[in-house]
Design a binder for this molecule. Structure first.
Ligand code: AMP
Ligand code: MG
Length: 321
């Protein structure tokens, strides 16, 4: 049985969070909101607890987890710092930026997917930060969905997919960002790498570093094993729609522009790129439940901000990378 408890996102009930923390400290699994998507949390330093995450999600064992911290000094416990990485933490945390650094021995191999590095992040969500604060250790927390499916952006979706597989869900309402964190590798600060585009735009990270983020070639891509698995995919085929093109017949549609001849009953039109990012995964799930035969999604034409992350999720959900 999975218990579920609702909290106010800005003023989360400390009794609910201390119960969640007790479960986590005892080696259990608790789903909780972050600003990006709902996470499935366990004590990152407890290998038995972390192995339950892989089982509950059906996640491949070589796909490492992000360690979530409530303050920068907690990250000291688990990774080796360098000046540039610390500067990024000071500027962008809490926020959707995950930083990969050399792991300290305290981090179990299963949390790191057997790699010599570990990924750390401080989520920008009061409920998440308070929960991590109440726990003994950083929380390993991938998205709270079955591996390969779209990430959950609200607690009901987590419940439908994870009921009976995890101990508790903390319901803190819908997430604010809706797309996962940007993951960068700062192991070698003279060669920062973009491992996964996401909620923190590339250009602001590059500005702070004074350097370009290189996209790793196929060899170094193995350093972020998660990126080669099928991801974010609804059970219905996803097709990319570009402005000015014809919409494939019978497809549901999501995007910012309104294609000619679109069936409004099977369309979600967003008024901004931010709302598009926030609504993409929940839209996939809605259309999946509606039994549509395909989902057309607009290709983001912008060259800044959330576009890179959104394009990545769209390509992956369409099975094109
Ligand atoms: P998820 O939490 O499932 O959204 O994904 C976490 C992402 O971070 C995946 O793409 C992982 O491959 C990546 N990641 C986590 N830890 C590491 C690490 N030590 N080195 C490289 N990539 C990592
Ligand atoms: Mg995920």
């Amino acid at each position: 049985m999975t218990i579920s408890a609702t909290v106010d996102r800005w003023n989360p009930n400390p009794y609910v969070l201390s119960k969640a923390a007790r479960i986590i400290n005892a080696g259990g699994l608790v789903a909780f909101p972050t600003e990006t998507v709902y996470g499935l949390g366990a004590d990152a330093l407890n290998p038995e607890a972390v192995s339950k995450i892989f089982t509950a999600k059906g996640r491949p064992q070589d796909n490492p987890l992000i360690l979530h911290v409530w303050r920068i000094t907690q990250a000291y416990q688990v990774v080796e710092f360098n000046d540039a990485a610390e500067r990024l933490m000071n500027v962008f945390w809490p926020g959707p930026l995950t930083i990969v650094l050399p792991a300290k021995d305290i981090v179990p191999s299963i949390t790191r997917g057997g790699l010599p590095t570990a990924a750390v992040r401080m989520p920008d969500n009061v409920t998440a930060l308070t929960l991590i604060y109440m726990c003994d250790n950083p929380l390993a927390a991938p998205s709270a969905n079955i591996s390969g499916k779209p990430s959950p952006t609200d607690a009901d979706t987590v419940y439908k997919e994870m009921n009976g597989k995890i101990d508790m869900i903390v319901d803190g309402g819908s997430v604010t960002l809706g797309i996962e964190s940007t993951v960068i590798d700062m192991t070698d600060p003279s060669q920062p790498l973009m491992l996964r585009p996401g909620g923190m735009p590339r250009e602001v990270i590059e500005k702070e570093l004074g350097m370009k983020l290189e996209v790793p070639d196929n060899v170094t891509a193995k350093r972020s094993p998660g990126t080669h698995y099928r991801h974010y995919a609804p059970s219905v085929p996803v097709i990319i729609w570009k402005k000015g093109k014809k919409l494939p017949p019978d497809c549901a549609y999501m995007g910012i522009d309104t294609p000619e001849g679109v069936d409004r009953k099977k369309a979600i039109i967003f008024d901004s790129l931010g709302n598009y990012a926030r609504g993409l995964f929940s839209g996939f799930r809605k259309f999946e439940n509606d039994n549509v035969s395909c989902i057309a999604v607009q290709w983001p034409e912008y060259e800044y901000g959330l576009s890179e992350g959104l394009r990545d999720r769209i390509l992956r959900s369409a099975g094109l990378v």
